[in-house]
Each structure stands twice: as structure tokens, then as C-alpha cells.
Ligand binder design. Structure first.
Ligand code: FRU
Length: 544
């Protein structure tokens, strides 16, 4: 028996999907079946298919009471939508089924672990915040599909189970795994109850903790220990943690909220902008004592403009694959910041409330939000490397090569290299060894008379910049970000994936990635290359 809330969501998505033309969707980036998407959830391989669940508000292109959307794929690129897996329909998750992960049980069922948002606090100081508990749902085969039944003893971890100074209103995003001895662990983000500040609000002064729970069977859980804590050095709440071994290192990837900006003084750029960011910490993990010892610092995972809450899973062939929400969370969540969206399917839409109090998009509904491409992870020379999952190469068409092109104080376009659905591999180097370094190299895409997105490289400081200030949006969003690539005497290698309203730029074999979205009209499809000084360039382009 499915709940009336889930039935309603499924009927809605079934009906509305048909109204959303395929042309209104990104082509090789996952987008929600209808409405709104944020974090990837339950990213896993189960019964011969990749499964992707996601934070989902089917009824409007805005964040709202969270459901779990569901899709399956055989290659992580082309996804098939399945009916929504969960709706907020119980006392403990009626305000939202928040993020979580999946694991396969020994009996072959798939288990989803997620955060239930229950009642909002009566405490005026916690106004608008929901009690957060950890919950389970288990797969059940039915005719022609699968259902996820919420566990009868939900929630499995509640406020009482938390250590003293953990805030039960800021406790979410369980990351579950099976330990080597067959027992289970989950790691979740937990804010600490700080003192009450002068303004009467709780201060999360002590910062955040990632806390570990253990279980023998995945159903009965107990608090184990604090695995990691941060005293507000790096933001306030480490959302959506991932914790896994990669190439002999233990990796923690999490999404801290409200970070202070960090400058990269040497290049006059930011290492981290203020606000929400994704960090990677590498270290050693002693399984016996369950102690994580970071090697050193924390590094940004994606230095573009839109990337948050990624989830990492292990594919059956052992690859670690990461998929992220390709959106700046601040910008994505606030409706008024999106007033000037113009892309098809993305227009600003005033939601209407229905009889049950759900907000709906207008007729001919829209979707908002997309995931990055799945990325293979490697850890090499003290760094996290990311590279598009190799499956994407199967979609390449019409290869075009322009080799040994000399760009000398000029701007050029190339026959066949244009469009909003294209992959570019670009290698550049100074024209002559020993000659003065060129000053700047730029690639503009999504170009028309008014618009362009600019990727530029200044070799002297090895500074690479992505700039969407001419994308057509004028709301207050971060439009530009620079980063210092490894210095290489003017040589640079780029792999750029362009899919209608986004780009992902993989720098120097994946040592860094810059992801961004833009809502420039789709007719703006020019691509041009330019150099100040002399640059030798090889370009390979594929239609995707
Ligand atoms: C991250 C996040 C998670 C939460 C979910 C709610 O974007 O805030 O912490 O579980 O989104 O949609």
C-alpha cells in the first residue's frame, strides 16, 4: 500500500512528464523528472543497474517538501525515470525525506537510509527548523517494479541517541557502508548546540561534527563515536559526508555550509568563496580504533560556480564514481535570485497552491536543477583527480581535429566547432620554447552578439578563470572564479563538456574541475578562441 502523498506525487509526475519536451532538458546531464532537484541520493549499483535517487520536489521548480526521485541506468549517462521512491508521508518525515545513501543487504534487498524531517521546533529560537532523525526504507519487488517500504521501527536513530552537545535539529545526511568484518556504519553530519547568542539565536560556535553509528544488521543502530570535528574553522555544518578508501588513502568529501572566504594570496584569487563549498580531506583510517587522521589540509573539490553535495559510490569494477548537484545551493534555493532565468524549461514560474497545500508549477511545468556528469576519482601525488566516466565517450560523434594551429594576437572560430552540445579537448603551449610567454588565452562559448561564457588562462601566474558575467543573468550570483593551475611554462590541457545550460571544465587531466550553469538563450551557440601573444593549439571536438 502506498501512501496518498506518494500516489499523488506519482500521478503528478506521470502526467506532467509528458508535457516537458525532451528539448527542454540537458542531454547528458541528469535532470529531475518534473519540478526541482537538489542532492544526489542513494547513488548505487543494484541488480545490474546504476540507481540514482535525488532530492526532489516534483510539484514546482523550487525547493519544497522533499521526496526521493528515482532513476536507473546501465551506463550512468542515459537515465530512465522510475516512479518517485518516497514522499514525506509520516509523522517522522512529514516535513521532508532528506538526503541519504543506499546499501545492498545480505538477503539481496536494497536499503535506503535517509534523514526524516519531522515537526518543526516549538522553541522560538529554532523557528522553522525540523527535528531530524535517521530512517530506513527497504526495497520490495512488485509486479513490474519496485517499492520502498519505510521501516516499521523508524526512526532508527533519534534525538535521545545523540551525544549531549549534538543538535537534533541539525543532524542529517547518513552515509552508510559495510565494514570489513561485515558490520555496518553510518556517518552523519551533526551540528553542535552552541550557546545562545546576543541576538537570541543559537550559535553553532563549536562548529560541526561527523558522527559514526554502528550496527550488526543495518536495522538496530547505536552511537559509536565522533569521527571528525571541526571547530568552526571550516564552515558550520558539514552536509552530505562521503567516507571511502581510494588508491590506498582514506578520503572524506563533505559539503560545509557558511564558510568564510579563503584567499589564495599568491594569485589574488579565492581558494574558497564564502558560503557553501565542497571539501576533500585525505588521510589514514585505522579501522580497529575507528580513527581518521587527516594528512594535512582541506582542498576544494570543484572550483567552478555550481557544485554541491556530491555523492560517491563504488561501481562493480571498483571505480569510485562521484556525481554532484550542479548548482550553487544559495542561488538554487532562492526563488527571487532566479527571476531572470530564460532558458526553455527554466523560466521563472510563480507556483500555485493546490487544495492539499502543495505548490505547483504552472501548466506546462518546468524543471530546475541538474547533476554533473558521473566522474571517476583517483588519488595520485597527494591530489584528488576527477575525470568524466568513460561511458560518456560512447556518445561522441563527428570527431573533428585542428592540430598545430598558431594563434597570434588574434581571435578565431573553426568550421564545425560550434553548438551548445559539444565536447572539446584543447591543448595549448607557447609557440616557441624560449620565446616570451603569451599573455592570455581565451575560449568563449555560448556566444552571440550579446552573450558569452569565458574561460581564460594567464600563463605567467598560471591563473585560470571562468566567467559568466555575460551569460545574460543579472541577479546577484557569483559570476567569476579563478584558480591557480599547476605551473607548466604556458602549457595547459583542457577537456570541456558543454551541454545546453552548463559546462564542466577538466583541467590538466582532472587535477581540477570547474563546473557551472548558465541560462543563456540556446541560440547563442558560437565558440571562439583567442590569444594575446603566440599560442600553439590542438583542438579536438566531438558532438555529443
Ligand atoms: C544539502 C541539503 C542536505 C539535506 C538536503 C535537503 O543540499 O541541505 O543537507 O539533506 O539538502 O534537501
Amino acid at each position: 500500500m502506498i501512501s496518498k502523498e506518494l500516489k499523488k506525487a506519482r500521478e503528478y509526475e506521470e502526467r506532467e512528464t509528458a508535457k516537458i519536451p525532451e528539448t527542454d532538458r540537458p542531454v547528458f546531464h541528469f535532470s529531475p523528472r518534473t519540478g526541482w532537484l537538489n542532492d544526489p541520493n542513494g547513488f548505487s549499483f543494484y541488480k545490474g543497474k546504476y540507481h540514482l535517487f535525488y532530492q526532489y520536489h516534483p510539484y514546482s521548480p523550487y525547493w519544497g517538501p522533499m521526496h526521493w526521485g528515482h532513476a536507473v541506468s546501465s551506463d550512468m549517462i542515459k537515465w530512465e525515470y522510475l516512479p518517485a521512491a518516497m514522499a514525506p508521508d509520516t509523522e517522522y518525515d512529514g516535513s521532508g525525506c532528506f538526503s541519504g545513501t543506499a546499501v545492498t543487504l545480505p538477503d539481496g534487498r536494497q536499503l535506503l537510509m535517509y534523514t526524516g524531517c519531522g515537526d518543526s521546533s516549538e522553541d522560538p529560537l529554532r523557528k522553522g527548523r525540523w527535528l531530524q532523525t535517521q530512517c530506513l526504507a527497504v526495497s520490495k519487488e512488485i509486479e513490474n517494479g519496485v517499492e520502498f517500504e519505510k521501516y516499521e521501527n523508524n526512526p532508527v536513530i533519534k534525538a535521545d541517541d545523540l551525544p549531549e552537545d549534538c543538535d537534533p535539529y541539525e543532524f542529517r545526511d547518513p552515509y552508510i557502508w559495510q565494514a570489513a568484518d561485515g558490520t555496518y556504519r553510518f556517518l552523519a553530519a551533526a551540528g553542535r548546540t552552541g550557546e545562545i547568542g546576543e541576538d537570541g539565536n543559537y550559535l553553532h560556535e563549536k562548529g560541526t561534527q561527523l558522527i559514526l553509528f554502528r550496527s550488526n544488521d543495518c536495522f538496530e543502530w547505536e552511537f559509536d563515536k565522533v569521527l571528525f570535528e571541526d571547530h568552526r574553522r571550516i564552515g558550520v555544518m558539514w552536509e552530505c559526508p562521503n567516507f571511502f578508501e581510494l588508491d590506498g588513502k582514506q578520503i572524506l568529501i563533505a559539503s560545509p555550509m557558511d564558510m568564510h572566504a579563503e584567499a589564495d594570496e599568491a594569485v589574488g584569487s579565492v581558494r574558497f568563496p564564502q558560503g557553501s563549498n565542497v571539501c576533500c580531506i585525505a588521510g589514514e583510517y585505522d579501522e580497529e580504533t575507528e580513527t581518521f587522521t587527516p594528512d594535512g589540509g582541506y582542498e576544494p573539490v570543484d572550483i567552478g560556480l555550481d557544485f554541491y553535495a556530491p555523492q560517491v559510490m563504488e561501481a562493480p569494477d571498483g571505480r569510485h564514481i562521484m556525481i554532484g548537484w550542479m548548482q550553487d545551493p544559495k542561488y538554487g534555493n532562492f526563488a527571487d535570485a532566479r527571476d531572470d532565468l530564460t532558458g526553455p524549461g527554466l523560466q521563472y514560474a510563480v507556483p500555485v497552491e493546490d487544495a492539499d497545500g502543495y505548490l505547483h508549477g504552472p501548466e506546462g511545468s518546468h524543471t530546475f536543477g541538474q547533476m554533473t556528469v558521473p566522474r571517476e576519482l583517483k588519488y595520485r601525488d597527494g591530489k584528488l583527480y576527477q575525470w568524466p566516466a568513460r561511458e560518456l565517450c560512447e556518445y561522441r560523434k563527428n570527431r573533428l581535429d585542428y592540430d598545430g594551429v598558431l594563434l597570434k594576437d588574434e581571435e578565431r572560430s573553426f568550421e564545425g566547432i560550434s553548438g551548445r552540445l559539444i565536447e572539446l579537448e584543447v591543448e595549448i603551449a607557447p609557440y616557441e620554447v624560449g620565446a616570451p610567454l603569451y599573455r592570455e588565452f581565451t575560449i568563449d562559448f555560448a556566444v552571440d552578439d550579446e552573450h558569452f561564457i569565458r574561460l581564460s588562462y594567464k600563463p605567467a601566474r598560471s591563473l585560470i578563470t571562468i566567467d559568466r558575467s555575460r551569460s545574460g543573468q543579472c541577479s546577484e550570483i557569483t559570476a567569476r572564479r579563478s584558480y591557480r593551475a599547476k605551473y607548466s611554462y604556458g602549457s595547459l590541457s583542457l577537456r570541456i563538456l558543454i551541454d545546453k545550460w552548463s559546462a564542466e571544465v577538466f583541467v590538466n587531466g582532472g587535477e581540477q574541475v570547474m563546473s557551472l550553469t548558465y541560462y543563456t538563450p540556446p541560440e547563442a551557440d558560437g565558440i571562439r578562441f583567442a590569444a594575446e601573444g603566440s599560442v600553439m593549439m590542438d583542438v579536438t571536438a566531438y558532438q555529443l
